[in-house]
Design a protein around this ligand. Structure first.
Ligand code: MG
Length: 260
């Protein structure tokens, strides 16, 4: 009788000691980061370069590449295979989708970036759901921030304006009305792939719609297709910004980008 009792006690004692030890070890791990894990001290010398901001928060700062200044489409090409000229219309200070001519894409390619773009859906409201004022801003020609007239226009939640299409609904619906100018400010981090084409770091996106945060550093799951689940297909570190011809008379203006 005596022997099993002693054994039971010792097992219980052992368990308690183990829990204390695990807690202590865990606590110690949290408190004592290795030297490599801690911020360098003193911090490395890095003099931030001087950037002159635009006269307004929507005007391009001095280090931005202006992709469209309201005058011509020289920075754009057709996104169709074979490229060619972008065939959208340029009017007073804006470009407008020319339905049937296809998507357009920047001639220059970008990876990590900050993008400012302004858009307006048609003042004359036609259609509903995805059929009302549909277009899109595609980062790297693959990852779409939806453009849609989402003012009093119900559609699936991850398909409305400001959604990372079919992946993330916007946090809020900050839409202005049809025909009004709206803006997106997008901070994008490109995905990273290893040599075998496996994604080792997913893309990330932060989006402000009319100055309101609607996507907060979300992790993108891959290409934003409408009829298939997202999937990464390996690509280079840079690709074009693409704007979608979805058949609606969307307008765009004041587009600039800061490669990061
Ligand atoms: Mg779209």
């Amino acid at each position: 009788m005596k022997r099993p009792e002693t054994r039971l006690l010792s097992l219980k004692t052992l368990a308690v000691i183990s829990i204390i030890a695990i807690n202590a070890a865990f606590g110690a791990a949290v408190l004592s980061q290795t030297k490599e894990e801690r911020a360098p001290f003193p911090p490395p010398k890095m003099e931030p370069s001087i950037v002159t901001p635009g006269r307004t928060d929507s005007a391009s700062p001095s280090d931005a590449i202006v992709l469209f200044d309201g005058k011509d489409l020289s920075k754009w090409r057709s996104a169709r295979e074979g490229g060619g000229e972008a065939k959208w219309q340029v009017r007073e200070g804006y470009m407008q989708v020319q339905p049937g001519t296809g998507d357009i894409a920047t001639r220059e390619e970008f990876g990590d970036c900050q993008l400012h773009i302004e858009w307006a859906t048609p003042a004359e409201v036609k259609g509903e759901g995805q059929g009302r004022g549909n277009s899109g801003v595609f980062l790297m020609e693959r990852y779409e921030v939806q453009v849609l007239d989402s003012y009093n226009n119900k559609t699936y939640y991850h398909g409305q304006a400001g959604a990372v299409y079919k992946q993330y609904a916007p946090i809020v619906n900050a839409s202005r009305g049809p025909g009004e100018w709206q803006s997106y400010d997008i901070i994008f981090k490109a995905p990273r792939f290893d040599e075998q084409g496996k994604v080792i770091e997913r893309a990330r996106m932060t989006v402000l719609h009319n100055g309101v945060l609607i996507q907060n550093n979300v992790e993108i799951y891959g290409n934003t297709w409408h009829d298939e689940p997202a999937l990464y297909i390996a690509h280079g570190p840079k690709a074009s910004i693409k704007l979608q011809d979805h058949g609606d008379l969307l307008r765009y203006r004041n587009i600039w980008i800061r490669p990061l």
